[in-house]
Ligand binder design. Structure first.
Ligand SMILES: CC(C)(COP(=O)(O)O)[C@@H](O)C(=O)NCCC(=O)O
Ligand SMILES: [Mn+2]
Length: 906
């Protein structure tokens, strides 16, 4: 595209000029700390005042508290000997407006609010937080400051008969501390702890996680973490080993069906207790960190120590096998102070981990169990601990049994206690209804003991500022220790030492907040949902991760500038912009350091993480002005384009339409190359130039096949498709000059068209909320669009009639808009909105447009209906990777339904 002239004498304004203008306008806005404008697409909750909140779905109003954006419904505790684990639920207010478009779509596709009423707390978030039991007061302060104990009282979700008559607050709790500290909770918070059995809770928590969270379980061998996909139908039986202060081993046969088969008193408490006495460490984490620098052979007696440096190969023990933990200390006349605390810590860690691994394996053997899941806070994501346990299981089972670990390892009991609030529906949630997010800032993030609760955005930003001041540590990768050797038989040193612990700040990001979204569904047109993998690029390939890390890092300054400008360029916006940049950089750094830190992450997740991070710092729509400007410019030339298209015959027109979609897909503010291009001309110039370059054959060119399906050959005219789902991408030319004319052609041929757009903004993608206005503008110049939009309930006047059932739908096939359920530039078809799922049921054609939806994700996806994938590749490396091609190559991939099915059944 280098040939695009730098010529802006006519047509619209140069984009660069427009940007400048936009900034000037924004600077004139009053510089208050109140954000100046917020997109109406995502109303913000006013967190500044307490108020009674009436919710039309609930009988009893809920109370919004000062500086608190969520209505807390439930809290559950697991109070162990060492740690207190909290799981709390916050109902997320239904922000997205129940607008006319939505109502009309719900009516048309027969979607009801259905099950929400019977499961009162569904639709919200689960947070995971922990405190040291020794610092109970911090935990009580946290609960009190966030008023976590009060929300449930006012919620209708108290199961019948359990809502206390005298308004005593009752909180579910498990673990010994539920008994031990019951009085303290009563005194300090006025709450009664309703004790739940610890084993029941552990099992309920583990079963929930293993069934509902897609990448919950993983193996960890020689430093390599690998996520395991658990088949819900093939989960039981398994051995659950919970390593808390002590260790429980539970054979789990089903939901609520289990038996505690064994345990050991040598557990996390032993490590910490002995470690504290022997090393003077102040905390468990400090002790663990110390082990990183340890050499246990200074303390342990090895086989080689006994055999004069030789292996005892006859029974398969190498010289470096530990013969006796701490054994060396008996033969030396040294004092405790003569030993390095680092060595002591490592020796202890290995002793206890091996012991647990060995006993676990023996119990698995005893009951014929192949899978062992390890949980409990002893593990705390520590690579060396996991490797040591895995090594023991592997060694003793001769590779027959496998140790697996859980991402929410420490919260099994608390989660189980939470689930014991009767019938709130958590147990029926499925993987596709749960979205894990990784917000920045204590205490939203799990797995970490945190300081004061963060009530509002301001606190979060200050925390971010402090966090960053303190920590080059968050961006500096933790140095890797050289891999240890693995010998022939015994307990050699697992190789992942040194790769395990990171600074406090980044370690806090291990597990996220679980968003429960009951309206998400699996896209019904996926050919094989179980085999479906949305991401095309595998980020577990480190060079790919590095490349995308670099792309995203380089894009960051420009994104921050856009985001700040979109919020009026105020000081408040600048401060939030900085906080966002630091937060996102910290996420990237964390992932570079430990790619599996957030579970199995693909490029789509990374791109969505960026959008989520923007939203976290309340940037509602960073590209709003650019989108509006490009929409206007494109709508202005649409009538001429339609006239030009109408002058063509059917065949020419179809080709021109597909060319038009591909050419207009160049307007992508997420691509660095394209953004550089925009400085070289106006929107219309760039569009024209892009069209001129549309020479066939394209890099992937199934146009002739698509044409045959659409127009037939000779006299044989195929029937039109019944309903097409058009997954639109960017605002401006992309949707107005590319996808709308294609939609119009389908409508003209008698095909119902559903425009599928993002639920939330992402880069310059058009959203479902924005589309009706764009369509309405376009419809002013086109009868086909107008009639179809009226029939589809898209035009405001017509929508009133639709609601009263007055519209004559027979006049035209309808044009409709549905939201896809996404807030990123890609799409994961395992989690789409119920609107889209409903619209898909009668669809026989889907058209995926753009790099995010058709290349980064779904390039290899198979559907049960005809599928057309259209995109321009706007990144050189991706073009090379996908088909040895070049930047600006185009893809027109058509996969007819018949072929999909053949693929599936052959
Ligand atoms: C974020 C995107 C997938 C959006 O592309 P689109 O779906 O709009 O075609 C794309 O802009 C992208 O991959 N950008 C990063 C690569 C780059 O800057 O070259
Ligand atoms: Mn896009």
């Amino acid at each position: 595209m280098d040939g695009i002239p730098n010529n802006n004498e006519n047509d619209n304004k140069n984009l660069k000029e427009c940007n400048k203008e936009e900034e000037e306008v924004k600077e004139m806005a009053p510089g208050s700390s109140t954000p100046i404008h917020r997109s109406s697409s995502r109303p913000q909750l006013d967190v500044s005042r307490a108020a009674i909140q009436g919710n039309f779905e609930e009988r009893n109003p809920t109370i919004l508290l000062p500086n608190q954006s969520d209505d807390i419904s439930h809290l559950a505790l697991d109070i162990g000997g060492s740690l207190i684990k909290l799981v709390y639920f916050s109902r997320h207010e239904e922000h997205s407006a129940d607008d006319k478009r939505k109502r009309s779509i719900k009516k048309r596709f027969g979607i009801s609010n259905g099950s929400r009423r019977s499961y009162p707390i569904l639709g919200g978030r689960l947070h995971f937080v922990k405190f040291e039991t020794g610092k109970l007061n911090e935990c009580l302060d946290f609960i009190s400051a966030k008023q976590l104990h009060r929300g449930g009282l006012d919620s209708p979700s108290w199961p019948s008969g359990t809502r206390p008559e005298d308004n005593t607050i009752i909180i579910k709790a498990t673990g010994g501390g539920a008994y031990k500290f019951a009085d303290v909770f009563k005194e300090r918070l006025g709450v009664s702890l309703d004790k739940e059995d610890e084993m029941d809770c552990l099992v309920a928590g583990a079963n929930f996680l293993l069934k509902a969270i897609r990448h919950e379980a993983f193996t960890h061998m020689e430093g390599q973490k690998e996520f395991v996909q658990i088949d819900q139908n093939d989960l039981f039986p398994y051995l659950l080993v919970n390593i808390g202060s002590g260790v429980s081993m539970i054979k789990v046969d089903g939901d609520g069906k289990f038996q505690r088969v064994s345990g050991t008193n040598v557990g996390g408490g032993t490590y910490w207790g002995l470690g504290r006495l022997l090393t003077k460490c102040k905390s468990f984490d400090e002790l663990l960190e110390l082990s990183q620098q340890g050499d246990n052979s200074n303390v342990d007696m090895l086989v080689g120590d006994i055999y004069g440096g030789m292996d005892y190969s006859k029974i398969g023990l190498s010289a470096s096998t530990i013969a006796s933990s701490f054994g060396k200390t008996i033969s030396e006349s040294k004092e405790l102070s003569d030993y390095r605390p680092e060595d002591i810590s490592l020796s202890l860690l290995r002793m206890i981990s091996y012991n647990i691994g060995q006993i676990s394996y023996l119990n698995a053997l005893r009951y014929g169990l192949k899978r062992i899941f390890f949980g409990g806070f002893f593990i705390r994501g520590h690579a060396y601990t996991m490797d040591t346990i895995s090594f023991a299981v592997h060694f003793w089972s001769k590779g027959q049994a496998q140790a697996m670990f859980l991402r929410h390892e420490g919260f099994l009991g608390a989660l189980g206690a939470f689930m014991s609030y009767e019938k709130h529906g958590l147990d029926v949630l499925r993987a596709h209804q749960l979205v894990e997010r990784f917000p920045m800032g204590a205490p939203c993030v799990g797995g970490k003991i945190h300081g004061p609760p963060l009530g509002d955005l301001n606190e979060k930003i200050s925390w971010m500022e402090k966090f960053v001041q303190k920590g080059t540590e968050i961006t500096a990768p933790v140095p890797m220790a050289p891999p240890g050797t693995t010998g022939v038989g015994g307990f050699e040193r697992p190789s992942s030492r040194g790769n395990a612990l990171r600074s406090d700040a980044s370690a806090a990001l291990n597990i996220g907040v679980l968003h429960l979204v009951p309206t998400l569904e699996v896209f019904p047109l996926l050919a094989d949902p179980k085999m479906y993998e949305p991401n095309t690029i595998d980020l577990s390939d480190h060079s790919e991760l590095e490349f995308w890390f670099m792309v995203l890092s380089e894009h960051l300054p420009d994104l921050v500038a856009k985001a700040v400008a979109s919020e009026g360029g105020t000081d408040d916006a600048k401060r939030r912009g900085d906080a966002f940049a630091h937060a996102f950089s910290a996420h990237l750094a964390r992932l570079m350091e430990e790619p599996a830190a957030y579970g199995k992450l693909g490029l789509a997740n990374l791109l969505e993480l960026r959008e989520e991070c923007l939203r976290e710092f309340q940037f509602v729509d960073a590209y709003i002005t650019i989108k509006q400007r490009e929409n206007e410019a494109s709508l202005a030339v649409l009538p001429d384009l339609l006239i030009e298209l109408d002058s063509m015959n059917e065949e020419e027109r179809l080709l021109a339409l597909i060319e038009g979609v591909l050419a207009a897909n160049i307007f992508d503010w997420g691509s660095r190359a394209c953004v550089d291009l925009y400085h070289k001309g106006t929107i219309i110039e760039i569009y024209r130039m892009s069209r001129k370059k549309m020479q066939r054959p394209w890099q992937e060119d199934d146009f002739d096949m698509f044409k045959k399906r659409m127009l037939g050959c000779g006299d044989k005219k195929p029937p039109p498709h019944g309903r097409a789902l058009l997954f639109v991408d960017n605002s401006g030319a992309d949707v107005v000059l590319g996808m709308l004319p294609l939609a119009r052609e389908l409508l003209r041929r008698g095909t119902e068209v559903v425009l599928v757009a993002n639920s939330l903004p992402a880069l310059n993608d058009v959203t479902a909320n924005e589309l009706p206005e764009i369509v309405a503008e376009a419809a002013k110049h086109c009868d086909i669009l107008r009639k179809a939009a009226e029939a589809g309930g898209l035009l405001v006047d017509a929508m009133v009639s639709v609601e009263h059932g007055l519209v004559d739908n027979s006049a035209s096939v309808p044009l409709m808009v549905v939201e896809n359920g996404c807030g990123g530039p890609c799409i994961d078809f395992r989690q789409v909105s119920s609107e889209l799922a409903a619209a898909a049921r009668d669809a026989d054609l889907i058209i995926l447009e753009g790099m995010g939806r058709a290349l980064h994700t779904n390039f290899n996806a198979r559907f049960r209906c005809d599928a057309l994938k259209l995109a321009m590749v706007k990144n050189q490396r991706l073009a090379e990777k996908l088909f040895n091609g070049n930047i600006y190559d185009c893809v027109c991939r058509f996969e007819p339904a018949g072929e999909q099915l053949q693929h599936n059944f052959s």
